[in-house]
Design a protein around this ligand. Structure first.
Ligand code: IPD
Ligand code: CA
Ligand code: CA
Ligand code: CA
Length: 260
């Protein structure tokens, strides 16, 4: 087994372990705490799921873990290996009983992802990738082959507060339709598997929201850039992901949505 294969195996196991912890409390009565604002919520289950993910990583690797909840570091080291964890992505969906949420784990070396897993347990969907190809529940998947951007379905994962309304108007006018799943990693995995054609954020998100999905989209044949059209990195300001066929048009719309 290569080093990347071993890391791919572990991201799958760790994400699955965290997702099982969360699923056991899905649609149970929960105490919901708020963070930055009323929709930025967290529960004890987010912390429990993260602890389980970290324990699973620690069975094999003593390397830095970057994660959303307390007890992990918040920045990806530029040199060396690290693990990036979102124990529950889509907590707001989770606490409302909406099934679109999951656990994401990525393995990163020198700031670049080498393997990633997103497990959406309430939907029974597991997306995995290592050095190449992406699988959904064990079957290989690819980005969509749709070329007509008028028929694209696009997810505006997160838009700048000041341009939010205008940004959504740009997408509604430019593409066939849009969705906002409320779970960044589910959105990016859906682009990787061809269920969505593109996704954008105009603001800097946390690396645990995006790095697993960005790696999957590239390995599934898609394109992921920043708002300037440069290759996306975890510290980029925005993220523009597409099936590649009409990336220039998605990029232009993202820039307009960002007020540029
Ligand atoms: C959130 C979700 C959501 C995105 C937010 C994220 P969380 O993550 O991914 O889709 O719009 O910006 O914070 O807090 O549920 O892990
Ligand atoms: Ca959160
Ligand atoms: Ca998140
Ligand atoms: Ca989270």
């Amino acid at each position: 087994m290569t080093d990347t294969e071993a890391r791919a195996d572990l991201v799958a196991r760790a994400a699955d372990a965290g997702a099982r912890v969360a699923l056991a409390s899905f649609r149970e009565e929960l105490t919901v705490e708020t963070k930055a604002d009323k929709t930025d919520v967290v529960t004890q289950i987010d912390r429990d799921a993260q602890r389980r993910v970290v324990e699973t990583i620690r069975e094999k690797y003593d390397e830095p873990v970057v994660g959303e909840e307390e007890g992990t570091s918040k920045a990806i080291p530029e040199k060396g290996p690290a693990w990036v964890v979102d124990p529950i992505d889509g907590t707001n969906n989770f606490v409302r009983g909406l099934r679109i949420w999951g656990t994401s784990v990525a393995s990163v070396v020198d700031g670049e992802p080498v393997a990633a897993a997103t497990v959406l347990p309430a939907l029974a969907d597991t997306y995995l990738t290592g050095a190449e190809r992406v699988t959904l529940n064990g079957d290989p998947v690819r980005v969509s082959d749709r070329e007509d951007s008028d028929a694209f379905v696009v997810d505006p994962i997160l838009l700048d507060d000041t341009t939010d309304t205008a940004g959504v108007d740009v997408l509604a006018e430019r593409f066939g339709d849009f969705r906002r799943l409320g779970c960044a990693q589910a959105t990016l995995a859906a682009v990787a598997s061809g269920s969505l054609d593109a996704a954008i954020t105009t603001v800097r998100m946390h690396p645990w929201d995006t790095i697993a999905g960005a790696h999957m989209i590239r390995n599934a044949g898609g394109t992921v850039t920043d708002l300037d059209g440069e290759p996306w990195r975890h510290d980029s300001r925005g993220l523009v992901a597409s099936n590649g066929a009409a990336h220039d048009e998605v990029l232009a719309a993202a820039r307009r949505a960002a007020g540029e």
